[in-house]
Design a protein around this ligand. Structure first.
Ligand code: SF4
Length: 475
């Protein structure tokens, strides 16, 4: 595994659903390709562009919106700011008019059926999520660039695969849970304090605080919108949104007018176990229904698993008085570090490791974060993360129709509940007596990933994905 440095803002990215590896990553790759043409002064000489999607991007790309993402990326649109309600209609316009405004400035002909190629049988050796962009220039010259979407919205270019994130000199470099605990013991810092010290190597503290504020704004907007939107999800499966109904039922007539009064009304409903459990499910459903509907989400660490961390964070906010900027920052910082340890020692890409790499990792991140926010020691935080992953090992990725809906949406509710249980178990345990360390479970997850058959790695060729005979309309 390569040495990586991953900051909070690398781990948690603002993007558009439904998939970080199949939507956000390819979108960013397309943006980079178009921007590169502009930087080299050849954008206006470009006469046509072809897009080649390989491996997993071909097999589940249509269901995951990869085609839409690359069209918008080539058009110079940004997934952080692009209006979510216009995603589908803009892609439709490009297809219908057969024209693409490359980089937002230069119009070229674009024939969707011919210029976007799904190479189902081809996979490139570095990573199953590969996309090649080919530009044909006036005069006959051609430019070709290949990018790999390696999970969680991270993208690397062929020839520069080791350059994942910006390199800085960290005061407390961490590659493993062992390193992390070592630094905590030597400094006396909590995990979140150590992470936030490291963040200062990337940017001033005030800027990090602002970035976390922005992340939380997206999370709360997404969860609130998901709880207040009815209808059927796009893609052809006919999956009905459920968070809206559940929210209404749980509110039982209590009134509210915005996010803050909504949280207060949730709290006013009491703290019976079934009530809390239903809310955790509702929070997770809300985020992943938004994600499936091309809504704006935060990769946590991926889009398919984007509901686990917001659901556990909102469990903390609503039922442990956690609506406080410093506490939310603490939660996000710990979750980020746990996710980084999995990315460095294993993978957060379902195309590499199945769903254990998405829901499993997000549950571990949430469990560790919750454990620290509820007063757990550093060892208890690591134990909570270990427990959460231990019970996701071997989880396969088998999305029906290649859509991030079944089993993905409900799977986030399961991940959230397991994360809370893992945190509680760790808080009630002596971590010195734990038999399995976090590093051991990271290693086990990676070995399991390598043994897992490719049909369970975001290909929709196995598991639930082949149990339902479906013929989905083209997106
Ligand atoms: S099954 Fe899991 S890993 Fe696969 S797309 Fe769904 S949430 Fe992501």
């Amino acid at each position: 595994m390569m040495k990586e440095q991953i900051s909070i803002v690398d781990m948690f990215k603002i993007g558009i659903g439904p998939s970080s590896s199949h939507t956000l990553g390819p979108w960013r790759a397309a943006q980079r390709f178009a921007a590169g043409l502009a930087q080299r002064g050849i954008l206006m000489d470009t006469e046509s562009v072809k897009i080649l999607l390989y491996g997993s991007l071909a097999k589940t790309g249509i269901g995951h919106g990869t085609d839409i993402a690359v069209l918008l990326g080539l058009s110079g649109d940004d997934p952080v700011t692009f209006p979510v309600d216009d995603v589908q209609s803009k892609a439709d316009r490009i297809k219908q008019h057969r024209l693409l405004l490359l980089g937002g400035t230069h119009e070229i002909p674009f024939e969707y059926a011919a210029d976007l190629m799904l190479l189902y049988a081809e996979s490139l050796p570095f990573h199953p999520n590969a996309v090649t962009f080919q530009a044909l220039l006036a005069g006959g010259k051609a430019i070709s660039e290949t990018y790999y979407s390696i999970g969680g919205g991270f993208v690397v270019q062929e020839g520069n695969e080791a350059q994942v994130t910006e390199e800085v000199d960290l005061p407390f470099p961490v590659q493993s849970a062992h390193d992390l605990l070592g630094w905590c013991i030597r400094t006396g810092l909590s995990i979140s304090e150590l992470v936030l010290e490291n963040e200062q190597a990337w940017r001033p503290e005030a800027e990090t605080n602002e970035r976390v504020r922005q992340l939380f704004t997206v999370i709360r907007t997404c969860i609130y919108r998901g709880c207040h939107t009815e209808g059927t999800l796009p893609g052809g499966l006919g999956v009905a949104r459920r968070a809206h109904q559940l929210n209404k039922k749980l509110m039982a007539g209590r009134t509210y007018h915005d996010y803050d009064s909504w949280i207060a009304a949730i709290r006013a409903g009491g703290n019976r176990f079934p009530y809390i459990l239903d809310w955790v499910s509702c929070f997770a459903l809300a985020v992943n229904e938004e994600n499936a509907a091309f809504g704006r989400v935060v990769t946590a660490p991926t889009n398919g698993a984007a509901g686990v961390i917001p659901a556990v964070l909102h469990y903390f906010i609503a039922f442990h008085d956690g609506l406080d900027e410093a506490k939310i920052r603490q939660f996000i910082a710990v979750a980020s570090e746990i996710g980084s340890i999995f990315k460095k020692g294993a993978t957060i890409s379902a195309a590499m490791g199945g769903c254990q790499a998405e829901i499993g990792v997000s549950a571990a991140m949430a469990a560790g974060a919750l454990a620290e926010c509820l007063g757990g020691s550093q060892r208890q935080v690591l134990m909570a993360a270990e427990i959460a992953m231990e019970h996701h090992l071997g989880l396969t990725c088998d999305p029906i129709g290649g859509l991030v809906q079944i089993p993905c949406i409900e799977r986030n509710t399961m991940g959230a509940v397991k994360a809370i249980t893992a945190a509680q178990l760790a808080l009630q345990s002596n971590p010195d007596k734990a038999k399995v360390s976090l590093d051991t479970v990271v290693k086990t997850m990676w070995e399991t990933a390598q043994d897992m058959h490719v049909k369970y790695k975001e290909t929709a060729d196995g598991g639930l994905a082949v149990q339902l005979p479906l013929s989905l309309p083209e997106c």
